[in-house]
Design a protein around this ligand. Structure first.
Ligand SMILES: NC(=O)c1ccc[n+]([C@@H]2O[C@H](COP(=O)([O-])OP(=O)(O)OC[C@H]3O[C@@H](n4cnc5c(N)ncnc54)[C@H](O)[C@@H]3O)[C@@H](O)[C@H]2O)c1
Length: 438
């Protein structure tokens, strides 16, 4: 393991390219513009608000994360992206209905500049949407080449020194990896033959990695979870991470479940139900897109609670997740959780959580942090899966054979220790015996 990192400075401008200029992307972009103009604060963003303790508690060293590691400054960020709809970011943000119109109007000139490039799209992968701003190509390799050209043009025209890509597009249908995904060679052959198993999100990811650009997967799509793209990331020394931003109900799960387990309280059931009315909710009405989301949402309780180690406590857990599209709610989702737990001698108790949340308000700061941390990872010479960014995901990517860490508090410790490690600072173990030595 490397111990000395030569982290390149964050000189020049950073481009953030986003497939999918919808609710999450526009809330993120408008938010960055608002912060730059001092119209709001970047609440929820660890890179902007967070601190990191260094050394012993008695040393009282606690710099801000953005002062400890060299991150791109918000004023040095440029945005671009693709969508199947032609709406510029101002129109798309108004339609998404997350941010107030009065705020959006103050940001209108900047937002109107962001016009989505034609998308790589295949109806079969997102059944509920149809758009006209779509690329045409003879083969999927042609489409990948067009995206690569878009990236190069964006970088040159905006005079950028670095670019990262974050998928904020719709949830694609559930796909199992097949032979075409097993090696880079098979995948590239598949692109040339327009193999039906290659999803649009994979084409963007392939283009990004081929151009040496880090890629984060904000949706539950299979995209990067295939050997082919992981091989390409390693070959071109590009960092990648995913998948599915951990907001709302899953965030609550990864906060609450470690607490029950820490106290050795048992659990017999966890039923999660959601109503939401945004476009994401509409796409998730399609059972095949919902399946991607369901798999991504269901995984974490088993990993946190470890029923194989605690059969008496979690051996009979019934975990169920439902999402209902309900237009009147727009982006303001309501998530109900009914948690059946049991304590001393098996006596049952119930906990009800009713989270009236704002999905994109929770997601936007994660998109920012991921872009800035991926850029830091690239400048530090890290490549392949960035497990330290698990903190942000519902289904964190890990090396083959490892199980993912879902406990939010372990994830945060891992993230901060990675930053300490990159800077050659002592890792914090929380042992603390030295404070009591004679
Ligand atoms: N909001 C959250 O809290 C949250 C949390 C986790 C994951 N996500 C995921 O993030 C994604 C975006 O969510 P949203 O609420 O912004 O949805 P949205 O529907 O508002 O935006 C998605 C956009 O992607 C576009 N799109 C679809 N396929 C595309 C393609 N192939 N290329 C380019 N654009 C494409 C759509 O036209 C749409 O404008 C979804 O996959 C969602 O599941 C959101």
């Amino acid at each position: 393991m490397k111990t000395v990192y030569d982290i390149k400075p964050a000189d020049g401008k950073l481009g953030i390219l986003i497939p999918g200029i919808g609710a999450v992307a526009t809330t993120f972009i408008a938010g960055v513009f608002a912060v730059r103009k001092n119209l709001g604060k970047p609440i929820g963003s660890l890179t902007q608000m967070g601190t990191i303790r260094l050394g012993k508690r008695t040393e009282k060293r606690c710099p801000r994360i953005k002062e400890f590691v060299p991150l791109a400054d918000l004023k040095d960020i440029e945005f671009g992206g693709w969508d199947i709809f032609e709406d510029n970011a101002y129109v798309a943000a108004c339609k998404a209905g997350v941010l107030d119109r009065t705020l959006l109007d103050q940001l209108r000139p900047e937002l109107e500049q962001i016009r989505p490039m034609p998308a790589v799209f295949e109806q079969n992968y997102v059944k509920r949407l149809t758009g006209t701003n779509v690329k045409q190509g003879k083969t999927k390799m042609d489409l990948a080449d067009q995206v690569r050209e878009d990236i190069r043009t964006f970088k040159a025209r905006r005079n950028l020194s670095r670019v990262v890509m974050t998928w904020c597009g719709s949830t694609e249908i559930y796909v199992e990896p097949g032979p075409v995904h097993q090696s880079l060679e098979a995948f590239e052959q598949g692109l040339k033959e327009s193999h039906p198993g290659i999803a649009p999100s994979m084409i963007y990811a392939y283009a990004a990695l081929a151009e040496g650009i880090p890629y984060a997967n904000g949706a539950p799509n299979l995209t990067l979870d295939i050997p082919a793209l992981q091989q390409l990331a390693k070959k071109n020394k590009v960092p990648i991470c995913g998948k599915d931003l951990k907001t709302g109900q899953t965030l609550m799960k990864s906060i609450l479940a470690p607490g029950f387990k820490a106290r050795m309280l048992g659990m017999s059931g966890w039923f999660s139900s959601n109503i939401l009315g945004n476009r994401d909710g509409e796409v998730l009405e399609d059972p095949e897109s919902f399946k991607s989301k369901e798999v991504s949402k269901l995984g974490l309780l088993d990993f946190i609670l470890q029923p194989e180690l605690y059969p008496d406590l979690y051996g009979n857990l019934y975990h169920k997740v439902r999402i209902h599209y309900y237009p009147p709610r727009g982006d303001n989702k309501e998530g109900w959780d009914n948690i059946d737990i049991f304590g001393w001698l098996g006596y049952p108790m119930e906990i009800k959580v009713d989270f009236l949340c704002r999905d994109s308000i929770l997601a936007a700061p994660l998109v920012l942090d991921l872009a800035l941390f991926l850029d830091l990872a690239a400048r530090s010479g890290l490549s392949g899966i960035q497990e330290w960014l698990s903190f942000y995901f519902k289904s964190p990517m890990v090396a083959p054979g490892l199980y993912p860490e879902h406990d939010l508090f372990i994830q945060l410790k891992k993230l901060k220790n990675t930053l300490r490690h990159l800077k050659g600072e002592e890792l914090i173990t929380h042992l603390g015996l030295e404070y009591y030595d004679e």
